[in-house]
Design a protein around this ligand. Structure first.
Ligand SMILES: Cc1cc2nc3c(=O)[nH]c(=O)nc-3n(C[C@H](O)[C@H](O)[C@H](O)COP(=O)(O)O)c2cc1C
Length: 198
């Protein structure tokens, strides 16, 4: 296979391609560090996402937090992933316990999402008044659009977050419409915008 032309390499990375004058350890990001964190966060804010609450059993009771960085990963085997910030109490509980639940919230549940995101709220305050039960030893909240209980399959750090991969062990799909997060605000679906996807 022919090496990519310098033009293609530049278009793909946004940086000039290495030349013969560059040493073996040459890293384009050293010379041009790229967009700063604030610009990247501006980009991430444009990613429309469903809102979830991730829960786990902690040493002193249930723990949970609001998470929008949740994605389906594989159907065979069934895997999903979530990105949790370093130092999160919920992440510590997931690592300690090896399992967690993900609740996809309904559009009426923005109050619950705000509560589970409040850094000043204790775990008890986050769960106050919420109905729930244990499934496979994990606290599961009632009333979500859908929920799953996952067994921890992989966890690894990437920058200021951890990538958490779970194997889906139990699933419940209820009714309703999803709560969305976009441009740092909660939103709802306003209807279909086009035809069926292929
Ligand atoms: C809509 C919304 C989405 C969020 N998504 C994430 C996320 O994907 N990952 C994350 O680590 N924190 C996310 N957060 C922030 C956490 O919910 C927040 O830091 C929380 O206090 C962490 O709780 P813990 O430290 O008790 O585990 C989100 C907050 C909101 C309001």
């Amino acid at each position: 296979m022919n090496p990519p032309s310098p033009l293609v390499a530049e278009a793909a990375t946004g940086h000039r391609p290495a030349t013969a004058a560059d040493g073996p350890g040459w890293d384009p990001l050293d010379a041009e560090p790229g967009p700063d964190a604030a610009r990247c966060l501006g980009l991430y804010a444009k990613l429309a996402a469903g809102v979830t609450v991730v829960t786990a059993r902690g040493p002193d009771g249930p723990l949970g937090m609001t998470v929008s960085a949740v994605t389906s990963l594989s159907a065979r085997p069934p895997l999903l992933l979530a990105c949790l910030r370093n130092g999160s109490r919920t992440l510590t509980a997931i690592r300690g316990n090896g399992s967690f639940a993900v609740h996809l919230l309904r559009e009426e549940q923005s109050g619950l999402a705000a509560r589970f995101a409040d850094p000043a709220a204790t775990a008890a305050e986050r769960f106050a008044g919420a109905q729930g039960r244990q499934v496979l030893g994990v606290p599961v909240l009632s009333g979500a659009l859908a929920w799953t209980v996952c067994l921890l399959s992989d966890v690894r750090r990437y920058g200021d977050h951890h990538l958490v991969v779970g194997r889906v062990a139990a699933v419940h799909v209820g009714g309703g419409r999803p709560l969305l997060w976009h441009d740092r605000r909660f939103g709802t679906l306003t209807g279909a915008t086009g035809g069926e996807a292929g």
